[in-house]
Design a binder for this molecule. Structure first.
Ligand code: SF4
Length: 306
């Protein structure tokens, strides 16, 4: 019994499409972020320390070299991979610079896709058209948009520097071109509860979305929240609460939407809290148990139809 038995996962979809497991290889392509370089703000989103994004963050290796190293580390038997531009804001540069970096990734014959992680306010039309050009040549393209919540008050509080309307505009421009969008949501942000999580999920679904990533708020060293957590403490979701809320959201999600992730893992000492996020499988096991007991993806929607 695994997550695929209850959830439409990215892994299962790829297996069906490519006849084997497709692994995402994370790349640090040396981008920055307008919420850190002073263009929009400094200090970044209050939960963020980009070092927690990926194994490759901070590496000096070229994109080709990072892909090579990623393949050597992976135990993937299918030998097909997706280049995951994860660190910072992976559409935040000049058109030609972006094209050169994306081109370098896809020239590797084992790469079947590009997964581009970015902010909703950093995706102009010409970059969407560039992504379409890869898609037109058969590359699997995903645009991952960090939203975290649809609540504009929370977005302000966590210093995102954009609002929900900005997210909606980018999603509509991307999907109009046939680019698949994956929305990133965080459960447990300060001042939010389950009603906010559900509202964010429903807002994302109503806007139109192809994939979703869920993760619990966790405190990482070097973030603004780390200072608050040290000085005043912060209420963080327990593993049980997170598993329950995430599972409920999954039951509210139509079956055709693909989950790229349902929880998060971070390594100590970068991870400060909660402890359970430092164990790769704990959150996942709790979610699978909850789904097995109470119903899987789309459960509430199929119940409404009957
Ligand atoms: S989460 Fe993304 S947008 Fe926010 S500061 Fe970090 S890199 Fe920038």
């Amino acid at each position: 019994m695994g997550l695929d038995d209850f959830v439409n996962t990215f892994g299962a979809v790829c297996k069906q499409q490519y006849g084997g497991r497709i692994k995402k290889l994370t790349i640090d392509a040396k981008f920055t972020c307008p919420n850190r370089d002073g263009t929009l703000g400094k200090g970044g989103c209050t939960f963020c320390n980009v070092s927690s994004f990926s194994y490759e963050q901070g590496t000096e290796a070229s994109i080709s070299e990072q892909l090579k190293q990623g393949k050597q580390r992976s135990l993937n038997d299918s030998a097909k991979y997706i280049a995951y531009f994860q660190a910072y804001t992976s559409t935040y540069d000049e058109y030609q610079v972006l094209k050169t970096k994306y081109d370098e990734a896809i020239k590797d014959s084992d790469i079947v896709g590009l997964h581009i992680g970015t902010r909703p306010d950093c995706v102009p039309d010409d970059i969407l058209d560039l992504l379409v050009s890869y898609q037109d040549k058969g590359t699997e393209v995903w645009l991952e948009l960090g939203l975290q919540t649809s609540n504009n008050d929370t977005l302000k509080r966590i210093n995102r520097g954009h609002d929900f309307a900005c997210y909606q505009d980018t999603v509509q421009r991307a999907r109009k071109r046939g680019i698949k969008v994956c929305a990133h949501l965080i459960l447990g942000l300060p001042g939010e509860d389950y009603s906010d999580y559900l509202r964010s999920l429903n807002s994302v679904i109503e806007t139109g979305v192809d994939g979703i990533k869920l993760h619990p708020l966790h405190i990482v060293e070097g973030s603004v929240m780390a200072k608050t957590w040290r000085h005043k403490g912060m209420a963080l979701l327990t593993k049980e609460d997170y598993a329950n809320y995430a599972s409920e959201l999954i039951r509210h999600t139509p079956k055709d939407i693909i989950f790229h992730r349902v929880t998060a893992y971070a390594k100590k000492p970068l991870l400060l809290a909660p402890d359970w996020c430092g164990y790769r499988w704990e959150g996942l096991v709790a979610i699978v148990q909850n789904l097995a007991a109470n119903g899987g993806q789309g459960h509430y929607l199929s119940a409404q139809k009957n």
